[in-house]
Design a protein around this ligand. Structure first.
Ligand code: ADE
Length: 239
């Protein structure tokens, strides 16, 4: 029987992430520290890893094969992926089935915001040359890249995606670290930040920040955010 506390816990889980991978060991430790760990402990997120090799009937647990038509590099086979995704979908509904791939849409804060609003998602990590195209055609609802470079697999990309979305889930960050003031929210980079001491080796913190005049501080931050964005990422201002 469920205790009230465990029912609360179940009710409070607002996001479930299932990650399908051939190297689950690559994924675990980032969820065992810092903000991602706390989000799981608070019951706001559940993360489940699925080893694709558990879904193959092959004696050698092989999940990849040569490309039809020839060419370098192995391709992840459709059958184990189908079995894993079909099993998960028989247990609950999913809002998004994401494939991590360098030819997907490039991850932005805007995409992270959108995905953080979802309930249940699956993230499929590609490996080798990638997955059989039929997986993408028939199971995947969104394809995401973390940048224009090629990694050995989708796992590190999946971790980056998870970190970016988990910190946006209400209750994960405290007020003092609110994601609303992050760079890229509002298409602006964050302004410079300082902490004690107010003077170090003669290097002073801008006076306005220690003035206690909060409207002025806010105005300074807005100006600095704009200036920084104009200098470093003028493309953001054009969007
Ligand atoms: N897998 C390999 N390279 C990748 C990238 N840049 N983004 C997401 N997944 C990947």
């Amino acid at each position: 029987m469920y205790s009230f506390a465990s029912l609360q816990l179940v009710r409070d889980v607002i996001m479930r992430i299932d990650i399908i991978t051939v190297v689950p060991d690559l994924l675990k430790s980032p969820f065992e520290a810092s903000i991602m760990q706390r989000s799981i402990e608070k019951g706001l997120v559940q993360v489940h890893f699925h080893n694709l090799r558990d879904y193959t009937t092959d004696n050698y647990k092989q999940v990849d094969d040569y490309q039809f038509g020839g060419g370098a590099g192995m391709v992840m086979m459709i059958e184990p992926i189908d079995k894993c995704i079909t099993k998960l979908k028989s247990e609950r509904e999913y809002d998004e089935i994401i494939y991590m791939t360098p030819d997907g849409e490039t991850l932005t804060q805007n995409i992270a915001n959108q995905i953080s609003l979802q309930g249940n998602i699956i993230i499929l990590c590609g490996h080798y040359k990638g997955v059989d195209q039929r997986v993408r055609d028939h199971f995947i609802t969104r394809e995401i890249s973390i940048g224009d470079y090629v990694l050995s697999g989708g796992e590190l990309g999946a971790l980056i995606l998870c970190d970016a979305i988990i910190r946006l889930i209400p209750g994960v960050l405290g007020n003092e670290t609110s994601a609303l003031t992050d760079s890229f929210q509002d298409n602006l980079l964050a302004p410079p930040i300082y902490t004690r001491p107010a003077e170090y080796k003669g290097w002073k913190v801008p006076e306005v920040l220690t003035s206690g005049n909060f409207p002025k501080i806010e105005q300074w931050r807005e100006e600095q955010a704009y200036l920084r964005t104009k200098q470093r990422r003028p493309d953001l201002l054009e969007e």
